[in-house]
Design a protein around this ligand. Structure first.
Ligand SMILES: Cc1cc2nc3c(=O)[nH]c(=O)nc-3n(C[C@H](O)[C@H](O)[C@H](O)COP(=O)(O)OP(=O)(O)OC[C@H]3O[C@@H](n4cnc5c(N)ncnc54)[C@H](O)[C@@H]3O)c2cc1C
Length: 292
């Protein structure tokens, strides 16, 4: 299984595959038709429309503009400006609408202090009760992501920030203690990145057990956290043990369960991505839908 997952993950993150598929006759249109279930659209307006609809169903949202791995400060500045505009839009949407971002999109790789400044500016722009959730990227960026979150939280912005903890990474129990100490919201995921054995647990039972342990550890703390998983068995095991806890899902993945959770009084939030770089995101979701 790990080999299958590694192959699918490599395909899903391959720029060459993306170029070939999008260039094929009808390729772009066919791909979009399949991808659109997971993607709000290419514009912030489309994402806002989806967030409003989710709000009518009693669900919150977390809006993300696709992008990552920015390698120059001018682009990082433009991304930050775009997110400041998004924060203004989000402030006018239902109260449970948040933002999401990957820090490599804000220039983490090239300018960590600048990235922290940009994240702080966006967090400060959000009205009370809203947060910007920072995505978890590959293992090589974990230290920098954690340091950036801590830096911004120390500026009095912990209540506007969220972090993501990957259950499959061996380092996560230690990182979690730091996130709890920082006072930020934690989104607990299984982890999407395939990493070597010495850094990450295999997917399947070892990751699921780690997830359960981390959820219980979070519950022992004062941390606010959400169970970001579509794994019904895992989710119900935690809810049965801990009572209603917020659940987060990705747009288009097992959407039928959202209404049931809302009816049961479980707070629900949906990750709502938008933008032009939807292809590889879709490929990852496709791989996960096959159990990879
Ligand atoms: C809100 C949110 C934010 C996330 N942020 C991050 C992040 O920042 N960093 C990161 O590494 N990962 C992130 N992830 C992804 C996460 O790590 C997993 O890769 C992903 O959620 C799949 O794992 P799962 O917990 O749903 O369990 P799985 O065991 O993969 O899936 C559980 C069940 O859901 C079904 N399923 C899963 N995906 C699909 C799909 N696309 N279509 C249909 N059925 C599907 C499976 O077939 C299975 O039956 C996030 C996930 C969520 C929900």
């Amino acid at each position: 299984m790990p080999a299958d997952r590694a192959i699918l993950f490599r395909l899903a993150t391959s720029p060459r595959l993306e170029r070939a598929a999008r260039a094929a006759p009808m390729g772009e249109r066919l791909a979009w038709r399949a991808a659109s279930r997971y993607v709000a659209g290419t514009t912030a307006t489309a994402a806002a429309r989806v967030a409003r609809k989710l709000g009518e169903r009693g669900a919150g949202s977390s809006i993300d503009q696709y992008g990552e791995l920015v390698q120059d400060t001018a682009t990082a500045g433009r991304v930050a400006a775009s997110y400041l505009g998004l924060a203004d839009q989000v402030n006018a949407l239902p109260a449970d609408t948040w933002l999401s971002i990957d820090l490599s999109h804000l220039g983490l790789d090239i300018d960590p202090p600048g990235c922290a400044d940009r994240l702080a500016a966006i967090a400060a722009r959000l009205s009370a009760g809203r947060r910007i959730q920072v995505g978890a990227e590959d293992h090589s960026r974990a230290d920098a992501v954690l340091a950036c979150i801590e830096t911004v939280a120390r500026q009095g912005l912990a209540s506007r920030l969220g972090a993501t903890a990957q259950a499959n990474f061996r380092r996560t129990p230690r990182d979690l203690e730091r996130l709890v100490e920082a006072g930020v919201h934690v989104r607990l995921v299984k982890g999407a990145y395939v990493e070597p054995h010495d850094r990450a647990l295999p997917f399947g039972e070892p990751t699921d057990i780690a997830y359960l342990r981390l959820a219980h550890r979070l519950a022992e703390t004062q941390a606010q956290f959400a169970l970001a998983t579509h794994d019904g068995v895992l989710r119900e095991a935690v809810l049965a043990a801990l009572g209603p806890r917020p659940v987060e899902q990705l747009l288009g993945v097992r959407p039928a369960i959202l209404d049931e959770l809302v009816a049961r009084g479980v707070p629900v939030r949906v990750y709502v991505p938008f933008g032009n770089d939807w292809f590889r995101y879709w490929m990852r979701r496709l791989a996960e839908s096959r159990g990879a």
